[in-house]
Design a protein around this ligand. Structure first.
Ligand code: RFL
Ligand code: PHB
Length: 389
């Protein structure tokens, strides 16, 4: 096979890149390791920055999001024994956010690729990247036991944190930056009407979060230890613990019900530099992971794809590589901004084992400063809604 851009990974980053390139007349093939059903079953992000919403509309993917998504003016923080606080993105930036699930975005992307006759090869096994520093890179893989080869001009590594693309960059050229947090999030999905706001709760028992997908689908999380086992958390125990971490008015308003999904995700910050090696360009979780506290992971995948699609389009349309040459630096500047914000919000809102009383007081005072200062509120709102591309 031959294409202009071989895209490894059919998650949101890979599919969106393929979609935007197609709109700009650039040809691509997406290689996905899993089945389509598996990709669509994954439950992940739910909060979209204003820039993500605008970009999805611009590239013709806004119709269902605008019909089914829930625009809101920011998210709340309910801190034990303190007044409720709204990260007021509308007031400070003029921009709303959108609650719309990653699962839905992925469905919309698959529908768009199918409608345009785009090639997404699923169950592509043993994907390997070759000759990345030449002008004629190629990708090999196996489909149904048969060896295949795609010749291309560029390779986009959109294969998430456990993919093969990042590993194709020689270790001596890579710098990685990592922080693991001593806890995870235990999350459930339930077919119940959601709590009306997205609300982050800080409590001495630990963090909790109420989120939403649609009028009959709710997403809730609680901070948990890293050795937590799902089988120890039947629904009743989850709800009891969740309610113990939020204020009474919230407890009264929450509609509980059986979970339809339950999972644990450890929290981690990770950035690898550079995001380019020869003709390979990384985008999304393949290059960086942020803890979910700032709701930035999917949004960063989208901003990477914005920069990369612009760069590849420029290369084909005008035979210029300025944007390709600056891709890694441009994308990384925004990545580090989101990494810092997600780290800060994670530190602010969680209980840390082995924390000293001094550290606890510092955290409490960070929140009190936020409550008292319009400047601090404006700064947080600006970052939560997403810095401009
Ligand atoms: P993905 O979604 O992991 O997709 C990568 C795809 O590549 C495939 N793949 C391969 N294909 C071929 N060959 C190989 N060798 C391959 N190896 C892997 C995989 O099967 C997969 O289909 O990465 P992408 O596209 O970069 O998208 C990133 C987002 O998925 C991720 O950042 C977000 O889900 C993070 N995240 C959140 N982000 C937000 O912006 N807002 C949120 O509210 C939010 N909440 C969350 C989250 C992530 C969570 N978890 C589970 C980590 C909440 C949670 C609980
Ligand atoms: C979610 O709805 O899954 C969600 C919301 C906000 C976050 C993280 C995840 O910060």
């Amino acid at each position: 096979m031959r294409t202009q851009v071989a895209i490894v990974g059919g998650g949101p980053a890979g599919l969106l890149l393929s979609h935007i390139l197609d709109r700009n007349g650039v040809d691509s093939i997406v290689l996905e390791r899993q089945t389509r059903a598996h990709v669509l079953e994954r439950i992940r992000a739910g909060v979209l920055e204003a820039g993500t919403v605008a970009l999805l509309r611009d590239v013709g993917l806004g119709e269902r999001m605008d019909r089914e998504g829930h625009p809101h003016d920011g998210s709340s923080i309910a801190w034990e024994n303190r007044p409720r606080f709204l990260i007021d993105t509308k007031k400070y930036t003029g921009k709303p956010m959108m609650a719309y699930g990653q699962t839905n975005i992925t469905e919309d992307l698959y529908a768009a690729r199918d409608a345009a006759g785009g090639q997404v090869i699923d169950e592509a096994a043993n994907v390997q990247l070759h000759d990345l520093t030449s002008t004629k890179p190629y990708v090999t893989f196996e489909k149904a036991g048969a060896a295949q080869r795609i010749d291309c001009d560029y390779v986009a590594g959109c294969d998430g944190s456990h993919g093969v693309s990042r590993a194709a960059i020689p270790a001596r050229l890579m710098k990685t930056f990592e922080k693991s947090y001593p806890f995870g999030w235990l999350g459930i999905m339930s077919e119940t009407p959601p709590y009306p706001e997205i609300c982050y709760c800080y409590h001495s028992r630990g963090f909790a979060l109420a989120s939403q997908r649609n009028p009959m689908l709710s997403r809730y999380y609680i901070q948990c230890d890293l050795d937590t086992r799902l089988e120890d958390w039947p629904d009743d125990r989850f709800w009891e613990e969740f309610k113990a971490r939020c204020p009474q008015d919230m407890v009264d308003a929450i509609v509980t019900g059986p979970s339809i999904e339950k999972s644990i995700a450890p929290l981690r910050s990770f950035v690898s530099e550079p995001m380019r090696y020869g003709r390979l360009f990384l985008a999304g979780d393949a290059a960086h992971i942020v803890p979910p506290t700032g709701a930035k992971g999917l949004n960063l995948a989208v901003s990477d794809v914005f920069y990369l699609s612009r760069a590849l389009t420029e290369a084909y349309r005008y035979n210029k590589t300025d944007y390709l040459d600056s891709y890694a630096d441009t994308a990384l500047r925004r990545v580090w901004g989101a990494a810092r914000m997600s780290w800060w919000l994670t530190m602010l809102l969680h209980r840390f084992p082995d924390e000293t009383p001094f550290e606890e007081r510092m955290r409490l005072n960070q929140f009190d400063y936020l409550l008292a200062s319009e400047h601090a509120q404006a700064s947080l709102a600006e970052q939560y809604v997403g810095l401009p591309y």
